[in-house]
Design a protein around this ligand. Structure first.
Ligand code: ADP
Ligand code: ADP
Length: 220
């Protein structure tokens, strides 16, 4: 093992559980970067790269982008200098193939540190996703009712336009939940068996969930 142990936090939870919101806050609190595969795909889509064009078809359906492409993308991202102390993983791994690939990537640095599962009921998650608004420039996430910006339609951080993601309408959300239960939910048992899973009550306020997560990350 390398002499430098890193901290890798794997946030688990249904789409809309609050992973992105919490990852951004953890990034501010710990200095570890948020690595969101969804954000990287959306960035590529905005810039019309080949990766973005490929990912779009899958994202519009709410299905997973193929593993080989996704795993290679994460490998590249984790080699960037800002990931030298670890990362907050948001949306990756999302199935068992990705989980085993991720474990191999981080094994030289002490492996996965903790895998918090943010628990939220399906009805609540649908309310959260359909009211979600995202900044077109920096990706900061708001909610029309639960976490509104100071000025409607405008990002508090950089003044960017807030938009509703193409995959945040109810029909696609239902497919994403289906994909989650079929492909991602097995990761709960996978990380539990390794002694890395900790459940967090995601129905609490954003600040309360953040306090619970920070306590977990700090003791790692
Ligand atoms: P995920 O990354 O898991 O899909 P997000 O962080 O994007 O979830 O959150 C989904 C929506 O729910 C966003 O609109 C966000 O503002 C809102 N949200 C996140 N956490 C909470 C919370 N604890 N209470 C109420 N709304 C929340
Ligand atoms: P949410 O925050 O609502 O869970 P994400 O931003 O994480 O949504 O993901 C949006 C879409 O991007 C997914 O529906 C999927 O098409 C694609 N995606 C994101 N992460 C992955 C991944 N690890 N593997 C495959 N596809 C992914």
């Amino acid at each position: 093992m390398s002499d430098r142990k890193r901290t890798y936090v794997v946030l688990l939870g249904v789409p809309g559980a609050g992973k992105g919101t919490q990852a951004k806050l953890l990034e501010q609190a710990t200095g570890l970067p948020q690595v969101s595969t969804g954000d990287i795909f959306r960035y590529n889509l905005k810039n019309q790269t080949a990766l973005g064009v490929l990912a779009k078809g899958y994202m519009d359906q709410g299905s997973l982008v193929p593993d080989d492409v996704t795993i290679r993308m994460v490998e590249d991202r984790l080699q960037m200098p800002d990931c030298a102390k670890g990362a907050i993983m948001d949306g990756f791994p999302r199935n068992l193939v990705q989980a085993t690939a991720f474990e191999q990537m981080v094994a030289p640095y002490g492996g996965v540190s903790v895998a918090p599962l943010i628990n939220v009921e399906d009805d609540e998650t649908i309310r959260r996703i359909t009211g979600r608004r995202t900044c077109r420039t920096c990706g900061t996430v708001y909610h029309l009712i639960f976490n509104p910006p100071l000025v409607e339609g405008v990002c508090d951080k950089d003044g960017g336009e807030l938009y509703q993601r193409d995959d945040d309408y109810e029909a696609t959300v239902r497919n994403r939940l289906f994909v989650y239960y079929k492909q991602t939910a097995p990761l709960v048992g996978y990380f539990y068996a390794k002694g890395l899973l900790t459940e967090v009550d995601g129905s609490k306020s954003i600040d309360a969930v953040q306090a619970d997560l920070l306590a977990l990350v700090k003791c790692k």
